[in-house]
Design a binder for this molecule. Structure first.
Ligand code: GNR
Ligand code: NI
Length: 169
């Protein structure tokens, strides 16, 4: 059975941890990705990085399907921005910053590499939501959050609100 994990909320300093590369492709990695998918579905998210559940390894789960039945797992995901690219804005949300949505500009043309749970390597040029979402998730693995793209005033406002809201929760 999979377990629901606790999602860290900004400004928890643990969200600033840089995640370590995964080198062991074992049962415990499978189990964590199952638990992360369960946690993501329960929270109605489209993606989740291990950092958000206080596991500081380079693991991301995602499901971009309408019916929420196409789980994806990315181990050690990395991307390169293509020379030919535009910045495209999209209104993003984050399970670690509840109630905060903001337009974030990201490159639309990337080359993505990752490994699966068996350690096999994959490479694609993603488009649309996959491109946006994987960049958002890789930011988490680097300790970076959506609030880092907005003004200090907005960041401070959301920080204060969430500190109050999540005090002793
Ligand atoms: O559920 C999520 N929705 C979303 C919408 C637009 C851009 C990125 C995302 S990811 C987010 C889940 C989350 O916080 N992942 O880290
Ligand atoms: Ni997020």
């Amino acid at each position: 059975m999979s377990k629901k994990l606790k999602i860290l909320v900004f400004p928890d300093p643990k969200l600033r941890t840089v995640a370590k590369k995964i080198t062991k492709f074992d049962k415990s990695l499978e189990k964590l990705s199952d638990n992360m998918l369960h946690t993501m579905y329960d929270a109605n998210g489209i993606g989740l990085a291990a950092t958000q559940v206080d596991e500081h390894i380079r693991l991301v789960v995602m499901d971009l399907s309408e019916d929420r039945n196409e789980p994806m797992v990315f181990v050690n995901p990395e991307y390169k921005v293509q020379k030919e690219h535009k910045l495209v804005e999209f209104e993003e949300g984050c399970l670690s910053i509840p109630g905060f949505n903001h337009n974030i500009a990201r490159p639309d043309n990337i080359e993505l590499k990752w490994q699966d749970l068996k350690g096999k390597e994959h490479e694609i040029k993603p488009e649309g939501m996959l491109s946006i979402c994987i960049q958002h998730e890789i930011d988490h693995l680097e300790g970076k959050l959506m609030v880092d793209y907005v003004s200090a005033l907005k960041r401070d406002r959301v920080r204060k609100r969430l500190l109050k809201e999540f005090k002793r929760k």
